[in-house]
Design a protein around this ligand. Structure first.
Ligand code: 13P
Length: 246
């Protein structure tokens, strides 16, 4: 089979961390310290209040701006929410959707995530759709079924023409911010194969081979290369600084 050179994504999900000062320092360090190779997209996703600040700093750099979430309406009476129009206004290019913290801590359903995916793509922003199983689901051998459901529902109504603006992030819930449970590169690789097989069933082998599927879950400087070295792992989604556990 023909292998495509897929775009590699290196994404920083800052979650609900940093002050404005820290956000500025972190962005400065990344901009100044980074050499971005061909076929690599580097994206910073700061919290909403710092999008404008970080976005201004990223202008003219090789680093793109992303948001951590979005509400699926252009505007309206949705107190506390942020629309795709607002994100575009701030020169955001990407939105993380379906993150496990939204799914499990805030109760976001697959259907709601799907509304967001469709709305985000229609608005002209690129989507990073997160999927992943919990430890209980893995232990009871439901990983494939869970991913199947999250992908089938999450991608419902997404036309194949929009796939070049959509990437998948496999984030096993049990490995996120977890000092005890780390996924091995082999475990991540095996699930990436399942994900690409599912994408291939829905969109066909050629399109599935072109899609970026990245890994997230306790990726650190020490293990990033091992994940990135696995065939089929096209990038890493990095969080960090979990106040609950540190
Ligand atoms: P950690 O890198 O802290 O495990 O977080 C991963 C993540 O949730 C990225 O979206």
């Amino acid at each position: 089979m023909k292998t495509h050179i897929r775009q590699k994504f290196i994404v920083g999900n800052w979650k609900m961390h940093t002050t404005a000062f820290e956000a500025e320092q972190l962005a400065r360090g990344i901009i100044d310290g980074l050499v971005v190779a061909d076929h690599v997209t580097v994206i910073l996703c700061p919290p909403f209040p710092y999008l404008a600040l970080v976005g201004d700093m990223l202008k003219g750099s090789q680093v793109a701006l992303g948001a951590q979430n979005m509400y699926p309406q252009a505007e309206g009476a949705f107190t506390g929410e942020v629309s795709p129009t607002m994100l575009l206004d701030l020169s955001c290019g990407y939105v993380i959707l379906g993150h496990s913290e939204g799914r499990h801590k805030l109760g976001e359903s697959d259907e709601f995530i799907n509304q967001k995916v469709v709305c985000t793509l229609a608005a002209g922003l690129d989507v990073i759709l997160c999927v992943g199983e919990t430890l209980e689901q893995r232990k009871s051998k439901q990983t494939e079924a869970v991913l199947d459901r999250q992908l089938s529902t999450g991608l419902a109504g997404v036309p194949s023409e929009a796939l070049s603006r959509l990437s998948i992030a496999y984030e096993p819930v049990w490995a996120i911010g977890n000092d005890e449970h780390h996924a091995t590169p082999q475990q991540a690789h095996d699930v990436h194969l399942l994900i690409r097989r599912k994408l291939s069933q829905v969109y066909g082998e050629t399109r599935a081979q072109k899609m970026t599927v990245q890994y997230g879950g306790s990726v650190e400087p020490e293990n990033a290369a091992a994940f990135l070295g696995q065939p089929g792992i096209d990038g890493v989604l990095i969080g960090g600084r979990q106040p609950e556990s540190r």
